[in-house]
Design a binder for this molecule. Structure first.
Ligand code: ADP
Length: 219
């Protein structure tokens, strides 16, 4: 049996992680597991953690590794109930060194450690800031509309025609905080993968199609 493929996607906010992760999931029949989506779903539970997540994430602060890793492990456990999966695309899960180490432990525990690829989307701070201040989200279905190419012209959601709004953490202060967290917490986790020679860097400042082509070349 072939080894399941696990792709860990890292990059600054607005670097196109979600867009590319979904394309990869479709192309290779992988399961998409996005930390942001799972945390936003967790907010809706409305308990202590749910309420606290709304505050933390709204301010652009990273959620503690303990909470994130617990949710990640629960998600991975769910896939173990299936007889077989092709693999996983992990979008945004490892944003601190601690998370990177724990994710390695989790992947070993669940026996998916044999074919793990770590992909970094490289975009400048300026590009990230510009994309986040301008991107929009559908109020109805939640789809993120990036501020690139043809998407700039959209007046309504291209999926469900819903109204386009600004995501709660895409306000200036939260964006600044997210970029600061990226610099202080996520870059050290990238260096952790780099030291182990596991990091695949992709230029994220290209069209969606060209970023995808570059990923396919290195996989
Ligand atoms: P982005 O990558 O553009 O910041 P996401 O939707 O992936 O957007 O994440 C939104 C927020 O969720 C982050 O700003 C952070 O507060 C929280 N978050 C998501 N993933 C993690 C993680 N692995 N560790 C800690 N916090 C996280």
């Amino acid at each position: 049996m072939e080894k399941p493929l696990v792709i860990i996607i890292i990059g600054p906010p607005g670097s196109g992680k979600g867009t590319q992760a979904k394309l990869l999931a479709e192309k290779f029949g992988l399961e998409y597991v996005g930390s942001g989506d799972i945390l936003r779903a967790r907010q809706k539970v409305g308990d202590f953690t749910g309420r606290k997540l709304i505050k933390f994430m709204g301010r652009g602060e990273l959620v503690p590794s303990l909470i994130v890793t617990d949710l990640a492990a629960n998600e991975l456990e769910k896939f173990k109930k299936r007889p077989r999966i092709n693999g996983l695309v992990l979008d945004g899960w490892t944003r601190t060194i601690m998370e990177a180490i724990l994710m390695d432990e989790a992947l070993s525990w669940y026996e998916w450690q044999k074919n793990v690829k770590v992909i970094l989307f490289d975009i400048s701070r300026k590009e990230s800031f510009n994309r986040l201040t301008r991107r929009r989200q559908c109020k109805k279905c939640g789809k993120l509309i990036p501020w690139i190419g043809e998407f700039k012209k959209l007046k309504k959601c291209d999926k469900c025609s819903g109204e386009l709004i600004t995501r709660p953490d895409d306000k200036i202060e939260s964006i600044k905080k997210r970029l600061e967290e990226y610099k202080n917490e996520t870059i050290p986790s990238i260096n952790y993968y780099k030291k182990q020679r596991r990091l695949i860097k992709i230029n994220g400042e290209q069209s969606i199609e060209n970023v995808f082509k570059d990923i396919l070349k290195v996989l």
